[in-house]
Design a protein around this ligand. Sequence first.
Ligand code: ADP
Ligand code: MG
Length: 639
Amino acid sequence: MPSVEKASLSASPRPRFLRVPRIPSLQELHKLIRPILVMLPAMGLILGFGMGIVGGGQWAGTIWAAATVPVLSALLIEIVASLRRGDVGLDIVAALSMAGALVFGEHLAAVVVALMYAGGQYLESFAERRANREMTALLARVPGTALRHRDGRLEEVPLDAVVPEDRLLVRQGDVVPVDGFVAAGMAVLDQSALTGESVPAQKKAGEPVMSGVTNVGDAFDLSATHSAAESTYAGIVRLIEAAQASKAPMTRLADRFAMAFLALTVVLAGGAWLWSGDPIRALAVLVVATPCPLILAVPVAIVSGVSRAAKAGVLVKGGKAMETLARVKALVIDKTGTLTHGQARIVEIRPVVGLSPEGLLQLAASLEQASKHVIARALVSEAQAMALDLLPPIAVAEVPGEGLEGIVDGRRVVVGGVRFLSQRVPNAARAVADGHYPVGSVVVAVAVDGEPAGLLILADPLRSEAARVIDSLRRLGIARITLASGDRRDVAEAVTVGLHLDAVHAELTPDRKIAIVQEEKRHGPVMMVGDGVNDAPALAAADLGVALGAKGAAASAEAADIVLLVDRLDKIPVAVQAARRSRRIALQSVYAGIGLSVVGMVVAGLGYLTPVQGALIQEAIDVAVILNALRALWGPEPS
Ligand code: ADP
Ligand code: MG
């Protein structure tokens, strides 16, 4: 499959629906001209010295100045744009020192600062590209399948097998896999990932649907109009672009220092000028302060950490998420499908009198084909293993995390948790409540045409790595760990015996999960880990949402800041470690770099450094700081 995707990557550089004519953003323009902005001062520097050697020394200053102007202009445009957004950055120091050097005729210093600044920016984009490359490679591996109607049945087929005119069932929480139109039913779609429109759109039969949007309503039938090759790529591009867009506040860590450093620089430079009466001293101070280890070290270290995490199969959507991950103090974790495998096995089928066990499972599993819930999928695969004939359900309505109802073979079927069924089918309430279930087993209740039809009892054991992961997260300093489950209390308690949890919350609706997350915030930044459609609101409410992407619902991957692309919880401590390490390295680089810069600024302010010497000293500091920050990329394997 990866080879197919690769082929489509090169064949169509942009997915069809993203090929909307648009003006490239300032950031994208910068990406294009960045290498040129490094080349110009580098060549100017060499050319200027070369002119000196061949006797044209009087031209050197002009060449150096000319080579500085493009870098300074690009920087000024960027500063104006960020001031409009209300951001005051350290770029101002760089602009001041380049402009000052030009005004006071220190052309060599100007071109050296320009080269350092442009070079630093280029290195940052290098680290960013690397992180994105890892992400793309990982995302290309995420398996994708579609549910296709064929001869009155539903079959799960690889996305690559979908061809135009195929009729697909799109379940609640599914990302629409290919472009097409609504064939039957009514679709409610979240298109925010594509259009930024946050209000879900309603689509009637016959209306076109773009691939990449999420079905937030009930299951509906889609008639494909395009093959999947493009759509798979579209999905990849969409997630990566979303990750990149949220990378803007990457320098938040730096922001805390930025204003103080900016103030210190202005005071030292102004003080030196006033005290000595010589503007060149102020210039020397500014040059020593530029481009400042803060601008360079923090993004490089954090983006390098993102890249490390991606290597381990963890997609971190941007630097802000990376920083938060390093500071997390409390964890709220979901049970079904997250702490447990979600590969539940049926241990017992209890039909009402007159119905066969196979008949009960067949009706329930037929309806469950329309649900993405882990228990639903377990039931479907158990029924398939028993070679039961599954019929396509119609008019399906689902309450995420509780259950669903719909029509199978002309009969009204309700499947879900005990509480859900008792609410929907009053007649079934007593039959369901009276049952004795084995401790810790998941119970799915079924009603047909308003009457109880029976119970399906499943064992959904903990993941083998669950206890180990909880303990290592504790060792990493996450002091509060609580469980938030939508399942019954006795199940939640029985399954988690032996885990070192601080609290177990059960029978939660999606809103109550949000409330638990909010409550935990008093212990510090909260990380929520979940897999289901019903976890998505809590994932969004937490300081840091972590979704199980490999098997979990797409809606939760959309809402999360971090997506585990492999179905293993032990990647979470690995990611926490990578985040801690890159934050530590970033801070270390910043403290050391700023310390050295301040010493240099004081020396320059006292008149012991010319602007050119200051520029060279600062260059040495910056190179050291960047090399240190890059350790986050090549450091030891996190364990
Ligand atoms: P958790 O919050 O622990 O992940 P959920 O809220 O997702 O758990 O599910 C809790 C319980 O709700 C399940 O164990 C199951 O009994 C019931 N349930 C939810 N959705 C369905 C469904 N589609 N089919 C059957 N049972 C369901
Ligand atoms: Mg779950």
